[in-house]
Design a protein around this ligand. Structure first.
Ligand code: AMP
Ligand code: ZN
Length: 434
């Protein structure tokens, strides 16, 4: 039986894979230089397209930042005639220009193929019914998974975001076996199942969940698996790198394979910008190796992770990255301590009485900055019994203090009481900035 979507490429021995990367990097670089934006950026820095003798030479190339993409918005990084462009997507920046990506037909096919490969690696097959609860539109999670799951051959249901009752009806009527969702939505969807007197473990045919697009802890994954009675596979992507399908967990669920035939992966120290040794956490830097209309060279993702260099039991030779620890720009400093929201999430999700939604509020008063962690109780734990709540608040505060060295205020609220966001969850509200 077939084990891989594209066996030859997925199991390519590392030296051959690296040779392929060098060849494709050279092509990407010379392609990028066809755009007015890169031509100017590189001319100013004296970079020429023949500078890559080995993959180590990649380090001589300048990084590309989100600001570079914004400044070159909308067409300045385009390398092909406009008539060859068939799609655009962009990031959800609220002020100024977003980072926009332009795709040729080749790019769309290559992207869909990577998503099909990813889904296949996590066990999905053409016989699956794949439901996509991502928003369709400028966000890449909608059309990206749509095209990938169709290429794989699944019955693909473009359910779109929200409307949980319809989501559940479609799931039950069409026998959905695979569901793609942002992890924060799955808690809310589960609450709707419960309100309807349904249990997804018993009342659906779900076999696999694909979760990604926002940071989440292993504890959240375990909760989701428990709620739905099936495995949840981590999926990483970002608009600038096409969207989803950059890195994906295989059935081993032990880190995400970065599809290195299509992306060149580096992990650098975010301060010095020098490469860190394998296994150490740093900022991920990615280069597109298979993009025609808009290659991006050494893109600073701001996502923090580490390389898992050991070979994976699945036989794929593409290296894995660990779960994203957070973004360097998500980190906040409170009372002199550096904190990532996911550190707090991990603790909350271990506490049985706490539901899946929480909000971290940072504010200040006459005594200085303070941290308020607001968490929804599970319906079965919801009570106004003061002593019970007080004990729970103290327990949570002590566990968070042990993790981040700052004692938070803890506010426990009713199920569903915290503000909800369609798409990615907003976890931090920093009122100190106002
Ligand atoms: P967007 O371009 O709007 O899709 O956002 C991309 C960003 O979402 C990435 O740079 C990450 O910060 C985050 N992201 C995507 N997938 C994951 C994931 N599996 N785990 C953690 N963060 C993720
Ligand atoms: Zn694997």
């Amino acid at each position: 039986m077939k084990t891989y979507w594209q066996e030859e490429i997925e199991t390519l021995p590392r030296p051959k894979l690296e040779q392929l990367q060098l060849e494709k990097f050279r092509i990407s670089l010379s392609q990028a230089l066809k755009s007015p934006g890169y031509a100017q950026m590189y001319r100013e820095r004296g970079i020429d397209q023949n500078c890559l003798q080995s993959l180590d030479d990649v380090r001589k190339l300048p990084f590309t930042s989100k600001e570079d993409l914004r400044q070159n918005y909308p067409y300045n990084l385009l390398t092909v005639p406009k008539e060859d462009v068939v799609r655009m997507h962009c990031t959800s920046g609220t002020t100024g220009n977003p980072a926009a990506v332009l795709y040729s037909r080749h790019d769309l096919h290559s992207w869909a193929n990577l998503i099909a490969r990813s889904l296949y690696a996590a066990g999905a097959r053409a016989s699956d019914v794949f439901q996509n609860s991502s928003g369709y539109g400028l966000f890449t999670g909608g059309l990206g998974f749509q095209n990938g799951a169709e290429l794989l051959g699944c019955i693909t249901i473009p359910a779109g975001s929200g409307n949980s009752k319809r989501q559940i009806k479609l799931m039950r009527d069409f026998g959905t076996t695979c569901l793609h969702a942002v992890p924060s939505y799955l808690g809310r969807l589960h609450a709707v199942f419960c309100e309807m007197g349904l249990d997804p473990r018993r009342d659906t045919s779900l076999q696999r969940l694909f979760i990604g697009a926002e940071p989440h802890s292993e504890e959240t994954r375990l909760r989701i698996q428990e709620m739905y009675g099936c495995k949840a596979y981590n999926s990483f992507g970002m608009t600038e790198m096409n969207g989803p399908g950059v890195a994906f967990e295989c059935e081993c669920q032990a880190g995400m394979h970065v599809w290195e035939d299509c992306y060149f992966l580096e992990i650098v120290d975010p301060e010095t910008l020098e490469a860190v040794p394998d296994g150490e956490i740093g900022e991920m830097v990615l280069t597109t190796l298979d993009r025609e209309a808009m290659p991006i060279i050494r893109y600073r993702t701001h996502d923090l992770t580490r390389i898992i260099a050991e070979p994976c039991a699945c036989g794929r030779t593409a290296r894995r990255i660990d779960r994203i620890k957070g973004r360097s720009d998500d980190m906040f400093i409170i009372k002199g301590c550096n904190v990532f929201p996911i550190q707090i999430e991990r603790i909350l999700m271990k506490i049985a009485e706490i539901g899946s939604d929480y909000l971290i509020v940072l504010d200040s008063n006459a005594e200085g900055d303070y941290l308020n962690v607001q968490a929804e109780l599970k319906p079965e734990a919801f009570t106004d019994e003061y002593h019970f709540l007080e004990r729970l608040r103290k327990k949570i505060a002590a566990e968070i203090r042990d993790e981040i060295q700052v004692t938070p205020e803890v506010t426990l609220v009713a199920p569903g009481a915290l503000p909800k966001n369609e798409g990615k969850a907003i976890r931090v509200n920093d009122l100190r900035k106002n």
